[in-house]
Design a protein around this ligand. Structure first.
Ligand SMILES: [Zn+2]
Ligand SMILES: [Zn+2]
Length: 128
């Protein structure tokens, strides 16, 4: 069984701050599109520590060493898990089109019904 080892359980809650804007609190939980992606826990290829990459369009930088990577190179890193932005639990996530996609296409929380999709019309991306 996959065991998530998120960095914030070691470093205390202050290292993982909820950055949910007020305007989103009335919004249905979840999102669509890569920029709305939930925080990801990545493995640093340089020092092999795990860290949280909160916003999809931010530079990926390791807090423990000088490693950094452009956000569009996300798929090059080991993804350890995605985190529910509402209740900080690990999300169930997966890829609907293995071979076409190397980043998660959906993530959902079993606890608070949060759900994220890479795109709305994922059916149209299916080649048959
Ligand atoms: Zn590092
Ligand atoms: Zn949740």
């Amino acid at each position: 069984m996959f065991v998530l080892d998120p960095p914030w359980t070691k470093d205390g809650p202050e290292t993982f701050t909820m950055a949910v804007p007020e305007a989103h609190t009335t919004f249905k939980r979840g999102g669509v599109g890569w920029p709305q992606r939930p925080p990801a826990v990545l493995r640093c290829p340089s020092c092999s520590r795990s860290f949280t990459h909160e916003f999809a369009n931010d530079y990926i930088d390791c807090p423990d060493c000088h490693f950094e990577l452009a956000p569009d190179k996300f798929a090059d890193l080991d993804l350890l898990g995605l985190v529910c932005p509402h209740c900080t639990r690990e999300l169930d996530h997966g890829i609907r089109h293995p071979g076409m996609m190397d980043v998660p296409e959906y993530a959902s929380c079993t606890e608070c019904q949060y759900h994220w999709e890479y795109q709305h019309d994922y059916e149209s991306a299916t080649r048959s």
